[in-house]
Design a protein around this ligand. Structure first.
Ligand code: ATP
Length: 285
């Protein structure tokens, strides 16, 4: 019998991104507040008796469809850990720009974990799935939840925060390719201007958005912007058009603006779409 589940895989945004230190293995310790936007891939997962292999299909010409695809890795891990013999076919309808700092691959992988947990009736809690998710990539544990959260450690320590009132995000990706490992290697810990995440979290708990925006930020902006100054120009443009906050997500190149009215978000979209073609106006989840 063929079982089929479709999961929505939303893009993540970093309301704050900081790294206090590197671990001994050179990987960064993260201190981030993350949220998700209603810009999503759709991941359909099917299981069948034969063949027993994993297959990935996407509608994007840019993505690998073998074990390099994070969605493939998610299926492989659950299949081997729980000795599931069935074959898995994954269809990804891609809407999230690739290699953009929006966690598209991580969110697809998390969607596969949720779908197979459901189809195979594994009974794993989201916390248990998040633990498995860390073996795939650092943003996958957050993406298992895909809702406002404080994320620390390698990405596996997740504290959920209360949902906020309705906000709009303008998400804009210029035609720039940023290599995440390259940016992470460039971090000079002596020079980072750290954020006050505690105050950001306290403001979000109090649902005081006007206060919260004062503490949002991304300490990696100067690193990525030193290679790609056009990212700063886009951010400054969004801020000058009246966004509540405008900043880079992840290691870039995507810049997002958050607005409390749809009309302001539309105005920003209209003003920047002349020089940036990949622009989305969506709500925050
Ligand atoms: P990161 O910051 O973790 O690199 P990102 O948000 O910048 O992620 P993604 O869209 O996740 O960007 O893509 C990063 C890399 O992961 C790309 O080089 C891509 O080939 C690879 N990748 C593997 N699987 C996927 C997938 N399902 N969707 C998108 N990219 C994927």
């Amino acid at each position: 019998m063929v079982m089929r589940v479709t999961e929505k895989a939303p893009a993540k945004l970093n309301l704050s991104l900081d790294t206090p230190m590197r671990y001994f293995d050179g990987s960064p310790r993260w201190d981030m507040v993350m949220t998700s936007a209603d810009l999503a891939d759709y991941v359909t997962v099917e299981t069948h008796q034969r063949p027993t292999t994993i297959k990935v299909y996407t509608d994007s010409g840019f993505l690998p469809n073998d074990q390099r695809n994070l969605a493939y890795q998610a299926a492989h891990i659950l299949k081997s850990r729980f000795h599931c013999r069935e074959g898995v076919t994954i269809h990804i309808r891609k809407n999230i720009p690739v290699a953009a700092g929006l966690g598209g691959g991580s969110s697809d992988a998390a969607a596969v974990l949720r779908a197979l947990n459901n189809i195979w009736r594994l009974g794993l809690s989201l916390a248990e799935l998040a633990k498995i998710a860390l073996t795939i990539d650092s943003d996958v544990p957050y993406c298992v939840y895909s809702r406002l959260a404080h994320v620390t450690g390698h990405g596996e320590e997740i504290e959920l925060l209360p949902a906020q009132p309705h906000y709009w995000a303008v998400i804009a990706k210029q035609q720039i390719s940023v290599s995440t490992p390259q940016i992470l290697r460039q971090i000079n810990y002596e020079q980072l201007k750290h954020l006050d995440n505690e105050r950001l979290i306290a403001s979000l708990r109090a649902q005081d958005w006007q206060e919260a925006v004062k503490y949002m930020g991304n300490v990696l902006e100067p690193v990525t912007m030193s290679f790609y100054p056009e990212i700063r120009r886009l951010k400054d443009k969004m801020a000058s058009l009246g966004a509540d906050v405008a900043q880079m997500s992840g290691t870039g190149p995507t810049v997002f603006a958050i607005c409390h009215t749809a009309s302001r978000a539309k105005r920003i979209q209209n003003s920047i779409s002349g020089f940036c073609r990949d622009v989305h106006v969506v709500t925050l989840l």
